[in-house]
Design a protein around this ligand. Structure first.
Ligand code: PXG
Length: 301
C-alpha cells in the first residue's frame, strides 16, 4: 500500500517542487518531513543508517547496504519494521520521485518515540526515513592533486564498548575526530584504534600501496566494513594485485608509496600528505589512478 502510493506519486510528476522525503511509507515535502522530539534516534542516537550512492538512478550495491543495515540493527536489538525487499523498493521509488540519477541516499531507521529514559522497550514505532539528494562531492582538485590529512588524538571507538561495525546514529566519535582534523586545516582525519594502530578516517576507509601490494586495516582493527572498501579490494584482486588486510601503524602510512581513502560519498580520493609528511612523490600514484578508473567503470556500467 505504501509502495503503491509511492508508485503513483512517481508516475504523476517527474519533478516535484519540493524534495520528497519518505517516512514510514509516506512522502512528505522536505519542510514537513519530521520526527518526534521523543524519538530515541534524537535523544540518544539510538538507531542505524546507511549512506548510499546512486549512479544512473540505481543504487550501487544496494543489497550490501541493506545487509549492513540489518546487521547494525541486529547488533542494537532494533527490529526494522519492513522487509529488505520493501525498503529496496522504497529507496528506488524515492529516487524516482525526486528524479535523481546520480545522487546520494540516506536511509535511516530510528528507535522511534519513547519516554525520557534509555529503555528502548518504551519506544513504539521505529521511523524508516529515506532522503534522496544530490551529492556534494569533494572539490575536483582533491581528486586531481590529492588530500592532506592528519592523525587526530580521538581514537576510534573501542570495539568492546561500541563496535565500529555498527553504523549507528551516534557519530560523535567520528565528529570529534572530524573537528580535530578541521582545526588542523584538513577535511579528513586519520583515526587510530585502541591499540594505536591505523583504523580509518572519520567517514572513509584507508588504503596504502607499498611494494606493489595493497594494504588496508582488517575489520578487527575496529573499523566500518565499507562497501567501497569491499569493491576496491575486489577490483585490485581481479587485476592481480595482492591485497593484505593487516595491522598498520602510522609509520607504515608515512613510508607508503601511495595512500587513498574510500567511501560512498568520496569514492576513491588520493592522499598525498599525512601529518606533514609527503606520501610517495607527493602526487596521486599509478595504483590509485588505475583503481579509480576501474571503480568509475564499475559504478557507471
Ligand atoms: N568508515 C566510516 C566511519 C564511515 O562512516 C566509511 C568508512 C566508508 O564506508 P562505505 O560503505 O561508504 O564505503 C564510512 C561511510 C557522509 C557520508 O555523508 C559518510 C559515509 C558514507 C556516505 C556519506 O559524510 N561514511
Amino acid at each position: 500500500m505504501a509502495n503503491q502510493e509511492l508508485e503513483s506519486a512517481a508516475d504523476q510528476d517527474a519533478k516535484p517542487r519540493s524534495p520528497q522525503i519518505y517516512i514510514n511509507g509516506e512522502l512528505f515535502d522536505k519542510e514537513n518531513a519530521k520526527v518526534s522530539v521523543f524519538d530515541h534516534g534524537l535523544l540518544y542516537g539510538d538507531g542505524v543508517f546507511e549512506g548510499m550512492r546512486s549512479y544512473g538512478g540505481r543504487i550501487f550495491r544496494l543489497d550490501q547496504h541493506l545487509q549492513r543495515l540489518w546487521e547494525s540493527a541486529k547488533a542494537i536489538w532494533l527490529e526494522i519494521p519492513m522487509t529488505p525487499e520493501a525498503i529496496a523498493a522504497a529507496v528506488r521509488d524515492t529516487l524516482r520521485v525526486n528524479s535523481i540519477q546520480d545522487g546520494y541516499v540516506r536511509l535511516v531507521v530510528t528507535r522511534g518515540a519513547g519516554t525520557l529514559g534509555l529503555d528502548p522497550n518504551k519506544c513504539s514505532d521505529p521511523q524508516v526515513i529515506i532522503i534522496a539528494d544530490h551529492i556534494t562531492l569533494y572539490p575536483d582538485e582533491f581528486y586531481e592533486f590529492g588530500l592532506e590529512i592528519v592523525t587526530v588524538s580521538t581514537s576510534r571507538n573501542h570495539p568492546a564498548a561500541l563496535s565500529p561495525r555498527i553504523k549507528s546514529l551516534n557519530y560523535l566519535n567520528n565528529i570529534l575526530a572530524k573537528i580535530e582534523g578541521l582545526q588542523a586545516g584538513c577535511v579528513e582525519a586519520l583515526m587510530l584504534n585502541h591499540r594505536g594502530e591505523v583504523a580509518e578516517c572519520t567517514g572513509d576507509n584507508i588504503f596504502l600501496v607499498a611494494g606493489g601490494e595493497l594494504l588496508t586495516p582488517s575489520i578487527d582493527a575496529g573499523i566500518l566494513e565499507g562497501i567501497t572498501r569491499g569493491a576496491v579490494i575486489e577490483l585490485a584482486q581481479a587485476a592481480g594485485i595482492t591485497v593484505r588486510e593487516i595491522p598498520l601503524t602510522k609509520h607504515d602510512v608515512y613510508i607508503s608509496d601511495e595512500c587513498f581513502l574510500t567511501g560512498s560519498a568520496a569514492e576513491i580520493v588520493p592522499v598525498v600528505k599525512v601529518d606533514s609528511r609527503q606520501i610517495g612523490d607527493g602526487h596521486p600514484g599509478a595504483f590509485t589512478r588505475d583503481l579509480t578508473a576501474q571503480f568509475r567503470e564499475l559504478t557507471r556500467s
